[in-house]
Design a protein around this ligand. Structure first.
Ligand code: NOJ
Ligand code: CA
Length: 545
């Protein structure tokens, strides 16, 4: 470039501002009437996602699996479970998604395999000290006869993290006993996963969601934690089996592979860490592209807490040059409609307001299937319907995660609301009759519905030059319990240089917008999560100007 030329405005990579929609394959759409969602079902409903206006779909696992942990127990990383279809069905899904302009991200589960994986079957048949056992973490027990576990580690799902095999050795499983942990100090494990990444990249996927990205390396010598109650799936305490520095070397290897493919393919880390700063290490420029922001997900519905969480996330990501991400729900946590409403009936109002807040923040957003319908957690599933190993391993003390995995209500007036076609088997989890008013079909016809709110919000987010990744966020002075910020477009674009202002009222009383924004000339908002009366923003409501 000649000196004096104007530097071109760097176009942000697609993922830096992307809205990525998580599909839980068992519960999205069933094509063959067995009551279980599958890949052709997803393909048939991709139009819903294109109309919604998301940029990409992340598919939770659909690989060969005994389904002891919803498919996060993989028996073959390079094949589709017959329950979900075939590799040809996957190729068809990918082609249709790309035709609709949707990218596709698949899950990769490197911390553990299923106990039905060929490697673990070999390990059990092989003697202590063999190469087959070295792919996993087998150890002698403690105590005089070795009949105590090697250390005090607990399974995230409850109970011991060790199970003893016939010849007396123990193997480590941070999750269910059917999910033995791999030994990432073994180069063969690296090579195997590198081939698996290439297998899916060669098929054309746009990226990976890395399961338990923080778990692959364990502290040297597998030291005791020293106490029980070690945290569970959403634990954030420092532990010798999570967030060890050695994991980063693995992601530097993976990044080279991903970058060697054309198109901007990405990887997003599921990494539970003790601080947002430690989470940001996973998104260093030579590691993964994104990490879920669980800190934000668990922030209570409080203006002070949310503002601190937003500032902390932006600062931690900014320090490492990565765009922040935002998420409110996924297949492991109570749906946010219910989470926010735990103290009263305000859940859906808060969830809708939280959506406008979240979509106005700089960076990329992850949505979980059904949140665009405002679905609540199903809290009254009968015990015999439950499938989550967390429920079984805690003898029902933890209800587990089935309540956020209930099949999607598409249309019609009776359960399962066209989740399955025609005369079909009962859905794998019962769908509440009360969801008749929440189907996608009903909501599409109603401009005031949550689905319509999501569609409009995503359209504005795409079109508005102040939204997305780049433009900074500037907080306005507000009364206690009210959040207001402005996003300024970085420079005038063809679309116009108007800033976007987002205001959220988290108090129990209406607030006057003229007072908050100190503007007399306030027109109607671009979008609001509920109706305004005059210049009054009702409680638990957000709006964009
Ligand atoms: C995190 C996944 O999101 C969760 O569903 C699964 O149970 C664990 N990892 C174990 O793979
Ligand atoms: Ca099916």
């Amino acid at each position: 470039m000649e000196s004096g030329d104007i530097a071109p405005v760097p176009t942000a990579a697609w993922w830096q501002a992307a809205v990525i929609y998580q599909v839980y394959p068992q519960s999205f759409a069933d094509s063959n009437a067995d009551g279980i969602g599958d890949l052709p079902g997803i393909t048939s409903r991709l139009g819903h996602l294109a109309t919604l206006g998301v940029d990409a779909v992340w598919l939770s696992p659909f690989y060969r699996s005994p389904m002891r942990d919803g498919g996060y127990d993989v028996a073959d990383y390079r094949d589709v479970d017959p329950m979900f279809g075939t590799l040809a069905d996957f190729d068809a899904l990918l082609a249709e998604a790309h035709r609709l302009g949707l990218r596709v991200i698949v899950d990769i589960v490197p911390n553990h395999t299923s106990s039905e994986h060929r490697w673990f079957v070999e390990a059990l048949a092989a003697p202590s000290g063999s190469a087959a056992r070295d792919r996993y973490i087998f150890r002698q027990g403690s105590g005089p006869d070795g009949d105590e576990p090697p250390n005090d580690w607990q399974s995230v799902f409850g109970g011991l993290a060790w199970t003893r095999v016939a010849d007396g050795e123990w193997y480590l499983h941070l999750f269910d006993s059917s999910q033995p942990d791999l030994d990432w100090l073994n180069r063969e494990v690296h090579a195997e996963f590198e081939s698996t990444l290439r297998f899916w990249l060669d098929r054309g996927v746009d990226g990976f969601r890395v399961d338990v990205a923080h778990g692959l390396i364990k502290a040297d010598g597998l030291p005791d934690v020293g106490h029980t109650n070690q945290g569970g799936i959403i634990g954030r305490d420092p532990l010798p089996y999570f967030d060890q520095d050695g994991v980063h070397e693995i992601y530097r290897e993976w990044r080279k592979i991903i970058d060697s493919y054309p198109g901007e393919r990405i990887a997003v880390a599921e990494a539970w860490t003790s601080t947002v700063e430690r989470a940001a290490r996973y998104v260093a420029p030579d590691e993964l592209h994104q990490a879920f922001n669980f800190e934000y997900l668990f922030t209570p519905w409080s203006a002070t807490d949310l503002r601190a969480s937003i500032d902390g996330s932006i600062a931690a990501c900014g320090a490492i040059g990565a765009p922040p991400t935002w998420v409110l729900s996924n297949h492991d946590v109570q749906r946010h409609t219910t989470r926010y409403g735990a103290l009263g009936a305000a859940g859906l109002r808060r969830a809708r307001a939280a959506t406008l807040l979240t979509m106005a923040l700089p960076g990329s957003c992850y949505l979980y299937q059904g949140e665009e319908l405002g679905l609540p957690e199903v809290t009254d599933l009968p015990p015999d319907a439950r499938r989550d190993p967390q429920w079984f391993r805690t003898n029902g003390a933890e209800p587990g995660r089935d309540g956020c995995r209930v099949p999607m209500p598409w249309s019609g007036t009776t359960p399962p609301f066209d989740f399955s076609p025609g005369e079909s088997a009962a859905p794998w989890l019962p769908v509440p009759a009360s969801w008749a008013s929440m189907t996608a079909e009903r909501q599409a016809a109603n401009p005031g519905s949550t689905l319509s709110l999501y569609r409009t919000a995503l359209r504005i987010r795409k079109e508005h030059p102040a939204l997305g990744y780049g433009p900074p966020l500037r907080w306005l002075d507000t009364p206690t319990g009210v959040l207001a910020f402005v996003r300024e477009p970085e420079r005038d674009t063809a679309a116009g240089g108007a800033p976007l202002t987002c205001v959220v009222n988290l108090t129990e009383a209406p607030v006057s917008l003229r007072d908050v924004l100190e503007r007399a000339d306030l027109g109607p908002p671009l979008l609001a999560s509920d109706r305004l009366s005059g210049d009054q923003l009702p409680p638990d409501t957000a709006a964009w100007w």
